[in-house]
Design a protein around this ligand. Structure first.
Ligand code: DOR
Ligand code: ZN
Length: 475
């Protein structure tokens, strides 16, 4: 040990894991954690950093962002999106495939990998699009390094066609054999389309009509159906953006039956409700919608008892013009969140809603585990990547849309006071955000994490009934 010289030793911080908070020093070498312990036990170091009064968290892994690149540079790109991540203590993001063109072929995937690698400040994974038109591309997309797949059961921004139930089953059969996880936009498309058409015909076009088109049953039906198909095929699925209390029943039941199903929610479903609709109409429009306050408590409970595994953001940037159109059916749904998730959740930690260890479990440890990245990611222990959010739990701050890094300067969080802010962020041992400023020269430092992903062996069920078994591969 005495001969080793660390690149960096951070002293006096409180290091947080899902089950402990310890005051210790942490030594970093070659981008990884070398040692954790008493200051006197640390090797000598090229650089030291004093984190007195601060907490060191494994950087958040946001498995649900839309960085819009390629396709919508006026909304966001990999540079602005990952700068926002760095400011939010987020050291790894998974980008959704509803870009232009959608990430559904190996060529498009390779192009997106190249763009991301040239611009990203933080590490990343890329989703491949799974739908009727891309089933045959699954082997190529895996070879090209997707982190997992995204399947749009319901339509939303980008108008990716939703596979019908037959195609969804086939998608799950194919995904099951790969062992990769499939993230689901779990809203029933038929119900939404029918209701939206009728609402439009009736001339309804305010924020409330958007909710009326997507009542809770839209989500619970889709989660139930997805759980059934996942159980049948053995596919691993991840239910994105859980917004209703009702979804928790099929989620819990499927987990109890041993289905590899995981769940995610976002700060807006925990902290905003229909009570905010008239304050920020249009701006608050998101799919699935922010719902009645009665859902919040049960979603919080599910996050704490483990039914919901992950806090992510569905970071969905749009411009003020796109968010403030008078006709709700023409408003682009979603808003930025990658930068504000951590301050909002740390505010809840300060309020006693969850512990700082709970927070690390849902923001870093669990996502790393369910995506096959643990313990390289999602942990601060020897051998882990030194992805660290250094946070000041006592710092008060007011979220201002005008100040956020995202190109999308409009969100329902504008003016909201928070307590607990990331002040420095390291990705693989390198500061990318320091003292609330982006560190020069870190553009392009981020890299794809697919190479370090190790999912468990596939657990295929009912293979003899699969489309491939009954008719052979068609393409
Ligand atoms: O509101 C949303 N916006 N929900 C989604 O599922 C997609 C997202 C987007 O890409 O803007
Ligand atoms: Zn999304």
């Amino acid at each position: 040990m005495t001969d080793i010289i660390a690149d960096l030793v951070i002293h006096n911080g409180k290091i947080v894991s899902p089950d402990s908070v310890i005051e210790a020093s942490i030594a970093i070498k070659d981008g990884q954690v070398l040692a954790i312990g008493a200051a006197s036990a640390m090797p000598s170091a090229t650089e030291t950093f004093d984190a007195s009064g601060l907490h060191l968290l494994p950087g958040a892994i946001d498995d649900h962002v839309h960085f819009r690149d390629p396709g919508y540079p006026h909304k966001e790109d990999w540079e602005s999106g990952t700068a926002a991540a760095a400011f939010g203590g987020v050291t790894c993001v998974f980008d959704m495939p509803n870009t232009i063109p959608p990430t559904g072929t190996k060529e498009v995937l390779a192009a997106k990998h190249a763009i991301a690698a040239s611009k990203a400040h933080v590490d990343f994974g890329l989703y491949g699009l799974l739908g009727d038109d891309t089933i045959a591309h699954v082997p190529d997309l895996i070879e090209g390094g997707v982190i997992g797949f995204k399947l749009y059961m319901g339509n939303t921004f980008g108008k990716i066609p939703s596979p019908d139930t037959g195609a969804t089953l086939e998608c799950f059969e194919v995904a099951a054999a790969t062992g990769k996880r499939v993230s689901l936009h779990a809203e029933n498309n038929d119900i939404m389309e029918r209701r939206q058409k009728r609402l439009m015909a009736a001339g309804k076009k305010d924020q409330w009509a958007h909710l009326a088109a997507r009542p809770n049953v839209v989500a619970v039906e889709a989660v139930s159906r997805a759980a059934t198909l996942a159980e049948w095929t053995g596919a691993r699925i991840h239910v994105l953006h859980i917004s209703t209390a009702e979804e928790l029943r099929p989620l819990r039941e499927a987990k109890a039956r041993g289905v590899d199903i995981t769940g995610e929610t976002c700060p807006h479903y925990l902290m905003l409700s229909t009570d905010d609709y008239d304050r920020v109409p249009g701006v608050i429009a998101v799919n699935p919608p922010v719902r009645e306050a009665v859902n919040q408590e049960l979603i919080w409970q599910a996050l704490l008892d483990g039914a919901i595994d992950v806090i992510a953001t569905d970071h969905a940037p749009h411009t003020p013009e796109e968010k403030t159109r008078k006709d709700i059916w023409t408003v682009d749904c979603g808003f930025p969140g990658v930068e504000t998730q951590m301050p909002l959740m740390l505010t809840a930690v300060n309020a006693g809603r969850l512990s700082i260890s709970d927070y690390v479990r849902i923001s870093a440890y669990n996502p790393a585990r369910i995506w096959g990245l643990y313990p390289r990611k999602g942990a601060l222990q020897p051998g882990s990547d030194a992805d660290i959010a250094i946070v000041d739990l006592s710092r008060d701050h007011i979220i201002r849309d005008a100040e956020i890094q995202s190109r999308s300067k409009i969100s329902p969080w504008d003016g909201r006071p928070v307590k607990g802010v990331p002040v420095h962020t390291l990705v693989r041992g390198r500061f990318v955000m320091k003292d609330r400023k982006l560190v020069a020269g870190t553009k392009g430092w981020g890299q794809s994490v697919h190479a370090i992903q190790a999912m468990p062996e596939p657990t295929v069920r009912n293979a003899e009934h699969s489309m491939q078994a009954i008719v052979g591969r068609q393409s």
